[in-house]
Design a protein around this ligand. Structure first.
Ligand code: NAD
Ligand code: ZN
Length: 405
């Protein structure tokens, strides 16, 4: 038996934010990030619409990018005090993910972070509150997914919480919120979405329900991401939908080792003063992982189907895989994303000298590889890497060398 779960309602298109006026409840806590939603005037709108719906509201703001366990605990405390029956999370993946984890702790105050991380092991939520997610970036699709990514900064590791219990009740996908994204954010979140769609399509958990969503998302992202990056707002509107479709696919088909590696390298060098931004990590690792996974015959065939949908040409699957890899690398160039960690500079931009020195990378390689293998996303990857293979793959991602194993 397989399960396919999505939010009960997805409001999309311009003006979708107004759906909040129709919500029924008494108290809503609004969780958001560092100020982009306030500056864009969206936070005020959310408050106004909820007041119009007769609700009392409270604000929990300042959720940082790549949210920490500590922030989750703080937010849960605020919820405990306010006792909301709606949690409204607005912003990028970070505040929405943090609010999802806060929700678990709010419903079950004795739950520890370790408890939350037991894959598909959460107790029943919605005994206290329902959850609405409003996305302002076009990538994570956390507004429709069963996932939340929280960072344990003591360990330098990102942990995915995975359970259909945290699939939001309502998602609002209003493209206007994405209009204020700076170009770099468009690039990174967009390649995150592309990775979601491709990993979902070749995942061992793919199915007839997820394939159409994944393949259509890939086609849409191919046609709109670079245009959106170059400030074409019609394309940006389409990207907001495309990333959501990719999310519907991967929430049910799961992901693969591009994400395992991104999760485990993301915060591994935080002590050197920088993160490897999630979407940029995915963009760099995806071509390498495709080359690695294509040694699996089923995966190779599926990459071939993707290449066909993208009209890339090629007369056999080997050629199609090569053309797909080349295409994705060209997208990275068009989006000003480096190809490898050794050229990953500040702000995720290409640099002659990246911020992760070779010796530090090599020192930490063994542990990062071991953690990546243990990541929740590894299980559904079409080819299971050994410790040695994962280390080699990560080295290819560091030096931008050919994957020939
Ligand atoms: N839950 C999932 O299924 C899932 C999937 C992929 C990634 N993630 C996680 O999501 C996080 C990344 O989320 P993200 O990429 O959406 O970025 P983010 O939420 O971390 O935001 C990045 C920055 O962009 C700003 N910002 C957000 N929206 C904006 C807008 N419209 N205009 C201007 N500025 C804006 C934020 O204030 C912040 O400074 C990572 O922690 C990643 O691991 C989660
Ligand atoms: Zn992702």
């Amino acid at each position: 038996m397989a399960r396919f779960t999505l939010p009960r309602d997805i409001y999309h298109g311009k003006g979708a934010l107004e759906a909040l006026k129709t919500f029924e409840g008494k108290k809503a806590i609004i969780c958001t990030g560092g100020g982009s939603m306030k500056r864009g005037g969206f936070l005020q709108k959310v408050e106004d619409y909820l007041h119009e719906a007769g609700m009392e509201t409270e604000l929990f703001e300042g959720i940082e990018p790549d949210p920490s366990v500590e922030t989750v605990m703080k937010g849960a405390e605020a919820m405990q005090k306010f006792q909301p029956d709606w949690i409204i999370a607005i912003g990028g993946g970070s505040p929405i993910d943090a609010a999802k984890a806060m929700w678990i702790k709010y419903e079950y105050p004795d739950t520890t972070f370790e408890d939350m991380c037991k894959v598909f092991g959460l107790p029943k939520l919605r005994t206290k509150a329902k959850f609405c997610a409003i996305s302002s970036t076009s990538g994570t699709a956390t507004e429709v997914t069963a996932f939340s990514i929280i960072t344990n900064y003591q360990q330098g590791i990102k942990y995915p919480i995975a359970d259909f219990e945290i699939t939001p009740d309502v998602a609002i996908v209003d493209p206007e919120l994405a209009h204020t994204m700076p170009k770099k954010l468009v690039a990174h979140t967009g390649m995150d979405a592309m990775t979601h769609a491709i990993e979902a399509y070749v995942s061992t958990a793919n199915c007839d329900y997820t394939d159409p969503l994944a393949i259509h998302a890939i086609e849409m992202i191919m046609n709109t991401l670079v245009k959106s990056y170059n400030e074409d707002m019609t394309a940006r509107d389409e990207m907001h939908n495309a990333q959501c479709l990719a999310g519907m696919a991967f929430s049910n088909a799961l992901l693969g080792i591009v994400h395992s590696m991104a999760h485990k390298t993301g915060a591994a060098f935080a002590d050197l003063g920088s993160h490897i931004i999630h979407g940029a990590a995915n963009a760099m690792y995806l071509p390498k992982v495709i080359a690695f996974n294509a040694k699996d015959p089923t995966a190779k065939k599926r990459y071939g189907v993707i290449a066909d949908y993208m009209h890339l040409g090629g007369s056999n699957d080997d050629e199609k895989v090569k053309l797909l890899i080349e295409y994705l690398r060209k997208m990275n160039d068009d989006l000003n994303i480096p190809h490898s960690i050794n050229h990953y500079g500040p702000d995720g931009l290409p640099a002659e000298q990246g911020f992760v020195p070779e010796n530090v990378f090599l020192e930490r390689l063994h542990d990062i590889a071991a953690n990546a293998i243990l990541d929740a996303c590894t299980g559904s990857n079409p080819r299971q890497p050994s410790q040695e293979e994962m280390e080699k793959l990560l080295k290819c991602c560091y030096y931008d060398t050919e994957v020939d194993f």
